[in-house]
Design a protein around this ligand. Structure first.
Ligand code: HMG
Ligand code: MG
Length: 285
């Protein structure tokens, strides 16, 4: 058996945030509870963002309050600012995430500020999280391509990823937000980052818009990454990235890891049950 791989489940957040029809909190809770039984150790449950921006996540506190917490599972939430962080602490999140972009265009559309402004804003989020004893994950979006600015240089990703690690994030998840990365651009990016950042501090977050996510994950594995984000039943997209589709499906990543001999600790039968339920939440179901 090769090294274990951690799958960071982001379906309840990254997946559901893109559904236009409002999903009742109780159904989101049910999804998280089904995921909690699968052996996943990391579940991103929701985001404490502005309901003007993402109405689907307006029930973040209710969802956090409703879930059945299982020992050994970390329940995470996105927090774009201090207000979000305070709400996440109040709701009992086990860890939080700040999210930046490697491109200016997406930063403006997604969080209404420049990349530099977002990093400055995160300093106060980090300080408050530290005080609350919460680990913070960092995201960098548009790591190879941006829907507004086009191709993104690896050097821009390195700057933002290094800044997030420096301010105290324990790991940076590299977001191929619109699923435009190829094995070539992913390899070039990871090769560039490896000069300054060890693979144990990086995670891969591939949307599967062009069907290349699994190929990109293989490139990530070759570069030593052992954490990959995935979304049950391939739910999702990003409301501020036109054309973005769901993250790579958790089931597909599990299968790939099994084939390659990496243990994920996930019970695939239980994961299938969660995926069947997840499919009923889609507006096209
Ligand atoms: P803003 O408009 O510049 O901020 O938005 P503001 O401070 O002026 O606040 C605007 C309104 O939002 C105010 O309400 C605030 O009170 C409220 P109003 O007075 O107009 O009624 N507000 C909040 N409410 C609840 N919780 C909060 C909060 N903050 C402000 N935390 C802001 C700036 C960052 C808030 C906004 O742009 C935002 O919430 N953006 C989030 C967008 C988002 O969630 N995108 C999807 C997640 S990122 C993603 O999917 C990518 C990822 O998967 C990786 C990848 O694939 O690349 C992570
Ligand atoms: Mg995403």
């Amino acid at each position: 058996m090769r090294d274990p791989v951690t799958i960071f489940e982001v379906g309840p957040r990254d997946g559901l945030q893109n559904e236009q029809r409002l999903i009742p909190a109780a159904r989101k809770v049910r999804l998280v509870d089904l995921l909690s039984r699968t052996g996943l150790r990391k579940i991103e449950v929701t985001s404490f963002v502005s309901p003007n921006w993402v109405p689907q996540m307006a029930d973040a506190a209710a969802v956090m309050a409703g879930i059945d917490r299982r020992a050994g599972v970390t329940y995470a939430a996105l927090t774009p600012n201090l207000r979000g962080l305070n709400a996440a602490v109040q709701a009992g999140a086990d860890e939080v995430a700040v999210f930046a972009s490697a491109s200016e265009g997406f930063s403006r559309k997604n969080i209404n500020c420049s990349v530099a402004e977002s990093l400055a804003r995160f300093e106060e989020v980090m300080a408050a999280a530290r005080e609350a004893g919460l680990p913070v994950r960092g995201y960098v979006s548009c790591v190879t391509d941006c829907p507004y600015d086009g191709r993104v240089a690896p050097a821009a990703v390195l700057d933002v990823a290094a800044a997030l690690l420096e301010m105290g994030c324990y790991e940076v998840s590299l977001g191929d937000t619109i699923g435009a990365a190829t094995p070539e651009t992913t390899g070039a990016l990871l090769g560039h980052l490896s000069a300054r950042i060890g693979p144990e501090r990086l995670a891969g977050h591939f949307h599967d818009t062009q069907g290349r996510a699994l190929d990109n994950i293989r490139v990530g594995l070759d570069h030593g990454l052992r954490t990959f984000d995935a979304s049950v039943a391939g739910l999702g997209g990003c409301p501020y990235a036109p054309g973005a589709r769901g993250n790579v499906a958790t089931e597909a990543v599990c299968e790939l890891m099994e084939t390659l001999g990496h243990d994920t600790g996930i019970d695939r039968a239980r994961l299938s049950e969660a995926a069947a339920f997840a499919r009923t939440l889609r507006s096209d179901a």
